[in-house]
Design a protein. Structure first.
Length: 174
């Protein structure tokens, strides 16, 4: 059986900087890996490539043995891959439920379906073990509770998702 997620020769070059060079990586179902290293070692770059936030300059990513190339984070999310980055991209004035669905808001008849928005948020947070008021603004949550809304990319079924945390100390248990 092929690895769940695999990279071969993965690289990323920015103008004047080789940020990642020839990374080979395998992740099998049920495994947990920790990336550690000094600042500038390429940890965040690797996660951003796997999660579709950036496109590799070299190499390939395989998901369940099939080559994939994500054009953006939405495409990676559709395949069950999501990242919780070191700096949360949350909007403090919006509710927890609104933050969880940013860019993927449920609609009915072309309008925002607020009931479905709240129900999706409650189900997602319950599956992740967070007891947070989905109607409260994110600004009211403490740092640990903000991890739940920051995981919005895990989608409607977080058990299917492959979460990637940018910093272990910021990651909540999955």
């Amino acid at each position: 059986m092929p690895p769940l997620l695999q990279t071969r020769g993965l690289g990323k070059r920015y103008p004047g900087v080789l940020a990642l060079d020839g990374v080979d990586f395998e992740l099998r179902a049920g495994e947990v890996h920790v990336l550690f290293g000094e600042n500038g070692a390429g940890k965040s770059t690797l996660i951003s490539l796997l999660a579709g936030a950036n496109v590799p300059s070299a190499g390939e990513i395989r998901l369940r043995g099939e080559p994939v190339r994500f054009a953006n984070v939405h495409e990676a999310r559709r395949h069950g891959i999501s990242a919780v980055f070191q700096e949360f991209s949350l909007i403090p004035t919006l509710s927890v439920a609104q933050n969880l669905s940013l860019g993927e808001e449920p609609r009915r008849g072309g309008l925002l379906d607020r009931g479905a928005l709240r129900e999706r948020a409650r189900a997602m947070l319950a599956d992740l073990g967070f007891a947070i008021d989905v109607d409260a603004p994110v600004a009211a949550a403490d740092g640990g509770d903000r991890q739940g809304p920051a995981r919005r990319g895990l989608g409607a079924d977080p058990r299917r998702a492959h979460g990637l945390a940018d910093r272990c100390r910021d990651a909540a248990p999955v």
